[in-house]
Write a protein that binds this ligand. Structure first.
Ligand code: ATP
Ligand code: FE
Length: 357
């Protein structure tokens, strides 16, 4: 058994219990969206205070839902970075103190590596992605196209020139004056897009499309104009990701690198429209279905969340940031006996290319 006293990255406070045989015994996510909505973004000191308040309860609940005692846990993992130092420290201090007091091994995890490896936890055994695979990490802090050659070796093939795609969704949602709802601004924008099929003006294909969204906003905005702008934004964002993904596949093929699987993860990967566009782009690229596309499941586990939100079709949604993914990303190290010292430092800035450094 393995227990992860964290993610504690920016917003949600998470704790989970995961086994080496890929079972998620519990996966608690304590949300703080409504705390941040007033600021129009994540406010670090508010986030730190909320983590401090919520961490003990999240840990307690993760153990209760897994029906185990802390003494049944064999190791404790936490998010070492990258992220806001103050937020990371809440999870890491909880994990280190627990591990030291109990005499259990400790492993610090790279947050983006955990995103990238999630499909190895959640995909049915028969369809598991095989190294080397391509990973499209699309989250609040990152837009990364990676070549994953092993659980610890990642090469950055492409990244964003300006804001991350998640932040772009957040900014566009704010420009359109959307309320966050339980699932946050990006999901609110996606939901708005589903309300009609109309397209407005097209937005540029390269990053200024977020700015273009702002420039197109006239007050007061009619609701149909709002929906059309949201759709134009979402379409422009998806178009870019599809183009870069197929370009990279072409380049790798030219270099003789044999990629059979593409893994998409990060909070933005829960966007259904984007999932459909990526699938269509890959089908067009490899019509003989040589390449499989993997997404984190919308429903990672049922009945184990502190705060399970529901989308408009009544599906239970789990945002992809969670402690189960952190626990899973630490598993190969626990199994190999490769532990960290209780004195291990945080890495608020930490490239995914330097995991082993
Ligand atoms: P990072 O993982 O880079 O450190 P993070 O952990 O804050 O950042 P995630 O929690 O993985 O990021 O993703 C959060 C982002 O995903 C937010 O910007 C949010 O608006 C966006 N997001 C969530 N759901 C959707 C959706 N359905 N459509 C678009 N964006 C979404
Ligand atoms: Fe994340």
């Amino acid at each position: 058994l393995l227990f992860s006293a964290s993610r504690a990255q920016q917003d949600d406070t998470c704790a989970a219990v995961v086994t080496s045989s890929r079972q998620i015994l519990s996966n608690v996510v304590v949300k703080q969206h409504d705390l941040h909505e007033g600021f129009g973004g994540i406010h670090p000191s508010v986030a730190i205070e909320a983590h401090q308040r919520n961490m003990p309860g999240a840990v307690r609940m993760a153990l209760e839902q897994a029906h185990i005692s802390i003494h049944d846990v064999d190791g404790i993992a936490f998010t070492r970075g990258p992220g806001i130092g103050g937020c990371l420290s809440v999870g890491s201090n909880a994990a280190k103190s627990l591990a030291a007091a109990l005499g259990k091994p400790l492993v610090g995890v790279h947050h983006m590596q955990a995103h990238a490896l999630t499909p190895l936890l959640t995909t049915p055994t028969a369809d598991l992605p095989k190294f080397p695979f391509l990973t499209l990490l699309i989250s609040g802090g990152h837009t990364l196209l990676l070549l994953a050659s092993s659980p610890t070796s990642f090469q950055i093939l492409a990244t964003t020139a300006d804001a991350s795609i998640g932040r772009a969704f957040d900014k566009a949602a704010r420009a359109l004056g959307l309320s966050w709802g339980t699932r946050g601004p990006g999901a609110a924008l996606e939901e708005l897009c589903r309300m009609t099929n109309d397209e407005l003006e097209s937005l540029p294909d390269i990053p200024p499309f977020t700015t273009a969204t702002f420039l197109s906003v006239d007050e007061p905005l009619s609701s149909s104009h709002k929906i059309a702008l949201a759709r134009a934004f979402q379409t422009a964002a998806a178009r870019q990701l599809c183009a870069k993904l197929t370009l990279s596949l072409q380049n790798l093929e030219l270099k003789g690198v044999n990629v059979r699987d593409v893994v998409v993860s990060g909070g933005v990967a829960s966007n259904i429209f984007l999932r459909e566009r990526l699938r269509a782009a890959l089908d067009e690229y490899s019509s003989d279905e040589r390449i499989s596309l993997h997404f984190p499941p919308l429903e990672l586990c049922t009945g184990q969340r502190f705060d399970v939100s529901t989308d408009s079709q009544g599906l239970k949604i789990i945002d992809t940031d969670n402690a189960a993914m952190i626990a899973w990303a630490s598993m190969h190290r626990f199994l190999a006996g490769d532990y960290d010292d209780y004195t291990i430092d945080l890495r608020p800035k930490w490239s995914i290319e330097d995991i082993r450094v």
